[in-house]
Design a protein around this ligand. Structure first.
Ligand SMILES: *[C@@H]1O[C@H](CO)[C@@H](O)[C@H](O)[C@H]1NC(C)=O
Ligand SMILES: *[C@@H]1O[C@H](CO)[C@@H](O)[C@H](O)[C@H]1NC(C)=O
Ligand SMILES: *[C@@H]1O[C@H](CO)[C@@H](O)[C@H](O)[C@H]1NC(C)=O
Length: 301
């Protein structure tokens, strides 16, 4: 694989991708991409998470990634006088509404609707307030060599899900990325899935690319919306957070996404099929969604 292409694609895909690539996800520190530095979150006891609970000692460090204000896809500095965001509304090309509730503004800063996170500022996210994302849970049934798809201990068929392990990250993510209001989230998702899948097979002839595109498009005909709202994420801060729309796409008969040439083994920065069970190392919110899908489909967990 051509590694330059890989880097270009990652950056083009979205921010989410580049940022995750540089993050250690199971850590009380907030990592950021500028030279892989880290910042310790202010410790917030559970009871003091909601904003309405007084917590006078609360002095979180402030962090906004240095390269953000100059990026076209990102908001300017919050103190920039020309920046006049319309909070809790659709603001030109940017959707600043929350799926949760309307969020509060304190001293000019939008407040995370779920409470204190131990870090102030925008962190590595491009938008102040909600950052909207779309992600997909892509599944197929496992097919073994002797066409037994059962797990012997549970006696249930095994699902497989497409996950991506980001470089240096001990947790895995789903295919997807941040979306802008004018982009059709489904088209964005399909495009991203295709690009990430093609990352593996860079030298594919155009007719093969078109074939994959058709397969992905066909799979999304049977999509199910399974979640829309706030997602717990190590990049969330007191003033910027991710809200996602998550679709489930299942290919029962190996006619669409199930046939994408993704590897089975763990290889960093690549989408792959992984057997679904309780040990799936996804962020808590996504973990629960896949668990629910497995349960609904009477699959092994
Ligand atoms: C059955 O499932 C358990 C738990 O997910 C797993 O540890 C085990 O390896 C599986 N067995 C087979 C034969 O796949
Ligand atoms: C991520 O953080 C954990 C917990 O601090 C640490 O044990 C692990 O080695 C780190 N991994 C990487 C890749 O930095
Ligand atoms: C979509 O769902 C229908 C009905 O369950 C099924 O017949 C069809 O094969 C599915 N299409 C794909 C691409 O999975």
């Amino acid at each position: 694989m051509n590694s330059n292409f890989c880097i270009v694609t990652l950056i083009k895909l979205t921010w989410l991708t580049t940022v995750i690539a540089l993050q250690n996800c199971s850590n009380p520190n907030y990592f950021y991409s500028d030279n892989l530095k880290k910042m310790k979150r202010f410790e917030v006891p559970k009871h003091a998470v909601p904003w309405h609970v007084p917590f006078p000692k609360y002095q979180p460090p402030e962090f906004t990634s240095q390269h953000l204000p100059s990026e076209p896809y990102a908001d300017p500095d919050i103190h920039n006088p020309s920046f006049k965001p319309k909070w809790n509304s659709v603001d030109g090309p940017t959707d600043r509404t929350s799926y949760e509730q309307s969020y509060r503004i304190l001293n000019g800063y939008p407040l995370n609707p779920r409470g204190r996170t131990g870090i102030k500022g925008r962190g590595v996210l491009p938008r102040w307030g909600p950052n909207h994302a779309a992600e997909s849970i892509v599944t197929r049934w496992k097919r073994g060599e002797k066409d037994s798809t059962m797990n012997l201990s549970s006696g249930k068929p095994v699902l497989q899900v497409v996950v991506i392990r980001r470089h240096g990250c001990s947790e895995w993510t789903l295919p997807g990325g941040l979306i802008e209001i004018n982009s059709d989230e489904l088209i964005t998702l399909q495009k991203q899935l295709l690009e990430e899948a093609l990352n593996l097979e860079f030298d594919l002839p155009p007719e093969v690319v078109v074939r994959y595109q058709e397969k992905i498009g066909a799979a999304f005909v049977n999509k199910t919306l399974i979640y829309r709202g706030y997602v717990e994420n190590p990049r969330n801060t007191d003033n910027a957070w991710i809200e996602s729309t998550v679709f489930h796409v299942h290919d029962e008969e190996y006619i669409s996404v199930a046939t994408l040439p993704l590897p089975l083994e763990e290889e960093s920065d690549r989408p792959m099929w992984r057997d679904v069970d309780f040990s799936l190392p996804l962020f808590p919110g996504y973990y629960e969604l896949v668990k629910k899908i497995a349960s609904n489909m009477k699959a092994h967990w």
